[in-house]
Design a protein around this ligand. Structure first.
Ligand code: TXA
Ligand code: MG
Length: 311
């Protein structure tokens, strides 16, 4: 059910959970002051309680009161990348943030999203917690219809149209090595942080990390019901292909085009929609063309496809 800004403000103030657009993906929003509503988010998504939520605000001054200590470059990062697709994990004053938001950690994730409607909403409601608006494990939602697929047609969604970026925010954490590290690849590629930090933040290797710094990264993710296959052999068996406009694929396959190889932004925007589409069309086996560059945004695209193929 599509709702407007005034209705969205009312729903949130009543303690309801609603779908909210951002420039990355849609979120499921509840007020940070309403632990009962936040509980509902976990239940709706079937999300493990050990997976904390990101706090979204409209301005830095509504984030700073929560912060215990400010890591180096905090201000420069905030200045350059907010509003935008960057989440910072920061040490917090725990008495100001309900434990359910931060899964009892002494840190929390913060982001100022770059979506005009949502900035208006945040201005009225104050900080909102929002995980991506999908059932746990499923591809994220990049348009209202995806939320209705997962949560039913009566579920209220503030309609902000298509998400511009199509991939989640990049998550940064100030590590004990005295540098920021990337806990989740996202819409901002590692190289883009060099002008601000003076280095490209390392990507945390999850498999080598015994106690994951970002709990959510250990769960199955972004996956359609169909099985995804990579590499030459898989192509023979699959009846669906996820591929690129410039390439030719066997004519007997159903080809779903992700966009142009010249435009990773277009691929990012279409990725989750395509992963949902293969399920809608009842695909069993899908071959994915993984022959694309490995720099910049392509790296996030490859990581998401890799995760989506894990069964
Ligand atoms: O683009 C985005 O970030 C979207 C939109 C709605 O803002 N949100 C989003 O939320 O992707 P979610 O819940 O799907 O993913 C948040 C990730 C999870 O992997 C979670 O474990 C991690 O952020 N996270 C949250 N708080 C954390 C914390 N205190 N320490 C480490 N990781 C944290
Ligand atoms: Mg998510």
């Amino acid at each position: 059910m599509r709702i407007n800004l005034d209705e969205a403000i009312k729903y949130i103030s009543q303690g309801d959970v609603i779908g909210v657009p951002t420039e990355t993906v849609y979120g499921l929003a509840a007020s940070i002051d309403n632990p009962t509503a936040i509980e509902k988010i976990y239940t709706l998504k079937n999300r493990p309680r050990i997976n904390p939520l990101i706090i979204h605000a409209d301005q830095q001054k509504n984030i700073t009161p929560f912060i215990q200590t400010f890591p180096p470059h905090y201000e420069a990062l905030a200045e350059v990348f907010w509003p935008g697709p960057m989440t910072l994990i920061l040490p917090v004053k725990t008495h100001l943030i309900p434990p359910i938001v931060r899964a009892d950690l002494n840190t929390a994730g913060f982001r100022i999203p770059n979506h005009p409607l949502t900035l208006e909403l945040l201005k009225e409601t104050g900080p909102l917690v929002m995980p991506s608006a999908n059932l746990s494990g499923r591809p994220s939602s990049t348009e209202p219809m995806h939320i209705e697929e997962d949560f039913g047609s009566q579920f209220p969604v503030l309609d902000g149209g298509l998400c511009e970026k199509g991939l989640e925010s990049t998550i940064l954490f100030f590590h004990t090595t005295d540098k920021w590290v990337i806990l989740r690849l996202g819409s901002i590629s590692p190289e883009e942080f060099i002008p601000v930090l003076g280095y490209s933040p390392q990507i945390m290797n999850l498999s080598s990390n015994q106690k994951p710094l970002s709990p959510g990264q250990t769960f199955r993710h972004y996956a359609p019901k169909a099985k995804l296959f990579f590499g030459e052999e898989g192509l023979y068996d699959a009846s669906f292909v996820l591929g690129f406009r410039e390439r030719h694929y066997p004519k007997n396959k159903r080809i779903i085009c992700l966009g142009s190889l010249k435009d990773p932004k277009e691929i990012a925007e279409n990725l989750y929609k395509a992963l949902r589409q293969v399920d809608q069309e009842g695909a069993q086996k899908v071959w994915v063309d993984m022959d694309f560059p490995s720099n910049g945004l392509w790296r996030t695209i490859a990581e998401r496809l890799q995760r989506a193929s894990e069964h």
